[in-house]
Design a protein around this ligand. Structure first.
Ligand code: HEM
Length: 125
């Protein structure tokens, strides 16, 4: 049985990997780069996928350790975190298709992460 903090390490490591991928793609796309001329496509896709997976494993691992009863409805704060995770996981490579999103992503996606952290710390609903 791993303790809560072990899962928090996985959770934060996942966040770092996901944002390394998000930042890398956004900066490359903002400078005119695209999937075809990217020399790190495979690496970025891998750390993006591993990052998203570690957030999930770490998050649900912590959930079990903080006493969440299996089978009960997810509280609002957790749904917000899951939606943030879905958005962050889904849009990471989008600047390659829509380069005009690259700069806004560099600012807005970290703000979205802030919303997820706020939900974890304050659980407002
Ligand atoms: C499937 C999605 C997610 C799940 C199930 C999840 C679940 C959790 C849980 C259960 C905790 C522990 C709360 C506690 O100890 O009271 C937590 C903490 C945390 N979550 Fe998530 N989370 C998810 C997504 C995210 C995302 C996308 C981010 C940021 C990008 C994030 C950032 C954090 C941080 C920084 C903490 C540590 C807060 C602290 O105790 O100091 N989480 N998360």
């Amino acid at each position: 049985m791993f303790p809560r903090d072990f899962y928090e390490i996985l959770h934060i490591l996942g966040i770092a990997l996901l944002f390394a991928a998000i930042g890398g793609v956004a900066v490359h796309a903002a400078n005119g780069g695209n999937k075809a001329n990217s020399g790190t496509r495979g690496l970025v896709s891998s750390i993006h996928g591993i990052g998203a997976l570690l957030i999930l494993v770490g998050g649900f691992g912590m959930l079990a350790r903080i006493g969440f009863q299996h089978g009960t409805n997810f509280p609002g704060w957790l749904w917000v975190k899951i939606i943030v995770w879905l958005v962050l996981s889904a849009v990471a490579l989008l600047p390659y298709r829509k380069p005009e999103l690259a700069r806004p992503f560099l600012v807005l996606l970290p703000v979205l992460a802030g919303v997820a952290v706020y939900m974890a710390l304050y659980k407002p609903f």
